[in-house]
Ligand binder design. Structure first.
Ligand code: C2E
Ligand code: CA
Ligand code: CA
Length: 510
């Protein structure tokens, strides 16, 4: 049955629920990851800026020593040696000083008289050189600042210990490297030359605007995850919460979309409920006197679904009212154009239920239905089953009064199976009794049922009500009913219910 048909497989539903739960988590996680990368990039940049600032301050101090010594270059080492040592003592970062004449160091604060040729090309911008060490401390890096003026030159060296200290202290979490020309220094005080290594995370490189050096900063492998796990735990909890909520919403929406009511609404919008027509014939002449409109569900997957399978749920959900309205509109569209050719009022039976009788909407639906036909060309018959009789209330009275005012007829369907009293039949101004097919089926088979049938017919005749016998399948049944003057007959003997359009073309051919 279409209402129970699982429109989606269980595994698909679980997958959709999981996906709707995971999507916000994955998206949120992605956003947090990018946010963490940006924060680390910013931090690396700031650390490199700070290191540059510190190195510039240290170099300012070192350069000052060279500036003060430059005028002494050319004087004998003996005369200036004290001045060289004084700079070393006075200046916190200066480790040694030298005087140069014609690109040759001739006096050193460490050795006094000295002789070493230098090559100005080794110095970045002619000013800075990062060295592995000097003859006194070969394993402690040093940064040489060179100042020259013609043949004169003065040099002051900055102790690598101070440089690596800055790298270590500023960049506690960051990897920092000082680069001068092809050489570079790491936080552990080691001297390197050649290409700089790549930092796995948030690499940034800043160059000093005042001296010829650069600082590279970055983070080791996995820093982004470490940062996230230390900074974002509350956000992770929030993400998980959103994931669960969104998964639940996905689950509920799926349930809703596969609910029978939803499925029926969809079918109604897709005009899948279609009218089938079954002929009703005159008891004597067996000429067509009209039709009963029977609903079918033209389901896209299940095929043609009989009404017993969906009408009870349509009643329960309240959708029967719009479904019947649609059925009436389709019937009016199909039969309306033929109505001028009807020689006598053509009976059109529509099945209604108790839910139609709770307000006056049905009056409007019937009025609209009748306007599609030539005046007086049809009798609209509303069939109310005796199985579930409606309660007489102020509303139902008003409803039936107004329906009668429109000329609408009332039939009690499945008559004999319920408990309608004479008072009831009068109260609702009933016009037809439709004798239930179970009695017709017993004709010639079960004498007791035949007796009941006989008394129903007798009762209807006395009450002056027209009768329709349902479920007439055999000639014997038909003859029996004709003999008892039953006004109308309906059943497979005269025709099965068929699609509206097909019935019309058969009728037109006839
Ligand atoms: P019903 O109103 O008593 O309709 C007569 C049922 O008997 C129809 O079944 C019809 O196909 C079937 N029938 C007609 N002639 C014969 C026959 O010679 N032998 C046998 N065995 N059956 C025959 P269907 O179309 O399956 O409808 C079943 C029930 O569903 C209807 O019984 C009616 O209660 C309900 N129904 C159908 N259409 C609608 C509708 O539009 N609205 C409402 N509320 N109920 C409907
Ligand atoms: Ca009926
Ligand atoms: Ca019936």
């Amino acid at each position: 049955m279409p209402l129970n048909a699982k429109s989606r497989k269980r595994s698909t539903k679980i997958a959709i629920t999981l996906a709707s739960g995971l999507l916000p988590v994955v998206l949120g996680f992605g956003i947090l990851y990018m946010q963490a990368e940006r924060a680390l990039q910013q931090s690396a940049q700031q650390t490199a800026e700070e290191a540059i600032r510190q190195f510039e301050l240290m170099l300012d101090n070192t350069a000052q020593a060279a500036r003060e010594l430059l005028p002494l270059a050319g004087q004998s080492c003996l005369d200036v040696n004290l001045a060289l040592r004084e700079q070393v003592t006075r200046r916190p970062f200066v480790r040694s000083t030298n005087l140069v004449w014609d690109d040759t160091i001739y006096c050193s604060s460490l050795f006094g008289d000295y002789h070493e040729k230098i090559s100005s090309g080794d110095y970045s911008g002619g000013r800075l050189l990062l060295m592995k060490g000097n003859p006194v401390t070969p394993d402690t890096a040093l940064l040489v600042y060179r100042l020259s003026d013609g043949k004169r030159g003065a040099m002051s060296t900055l102790d690598g210990y101070h440089l690596s200290n800055v790298l270590r202290l500023i960049g506690r979490q960051t990897i920092l490297v000082l680069q001068v020309g092809p050489n570079w220094l790491t936080a552990d005080g080691r001297f390197h030359d050649g290409a700089l290594p790549d930092f796995p995370v948030a690499q940034s490189m800043l160059t000093s605007s005042r001296y010829e050096f650069s600082v590279a900063a970055g983070f080791p492998e996995g820093e982004t995850w470490r940062y996230m796990s230390s900074q974002y735990p509350p956000l992770f909890s929030l993400l998980i919460f959103f994931g669960v909520v969104s998964g639940l919403i996905g689950h509920v929406l799926q349930k809703r979309s596969s609910s029978p009511t939803h499925e029926m609404k969809r079918a109604l919008d897709a005009a899948e409920f279609v009218p089938y027509f079954q002929a009703v014939v005159h008891g004597d002449s067996k000429q067509i006197s009209g039709i009963e409109v029977l609903m079918r569900w033209n389901h896209p997957k299940e095929g043609l679904v009989p009404p017993d399978l969906f009408i009870p749920f349509a009643e329960y959900s309240g959708l029967i009212v719009p479904m019947t309205r649609s059925l009436m509109q389709q019937t009016a569209t199909l039969l309306g154009p033929l109505s001028t050719s009807f020689k006598e009022p053509f009976h059109i039976g529509i099945n209604i239920t108790a839910s139609h009788c709770q307000n006056l909407e049905l009056v409007e639906d019937c009025r609209e239905f009748l306007t599609a036909f030539a005046p007086g060309s049809i009798h609209l018959v509303l069939e109310l089953t005796e199985r579930e009789l409606i309660e007489p209330t102020a509303i139902t009275h008003q409803l039936f009064e107004q329906l009668h005012g429109l000329g609408v007829k009332i039939a009690i369907d499945d008559f004999g199976t319920g408990h309608s009293s004479l008072g009831y039949l009068r109260q609702f101004n009933v016009d037809f009794l439709k004798i239930d097919q179970s009695f017709v089926a017993m004709i010639g088979i079960d004498t007791l049922s035949s007796h009941i049938l006989d008394s129903i017919i007798e009762l209807a005749t006395k009450l002056n009500l027209a009768m329709v016998a349902e479920g007439v399948e055999t000639q014997a049944q038909s003859d029996y009913l004709t003999a008892l003057h039953v006004n109308f007959q309906q059943g497979y003997l005269f025709g099965r219910p068929m699609p509206g359009a097909e019935f019309i073309s058969a009728l037109s051919d006839h």
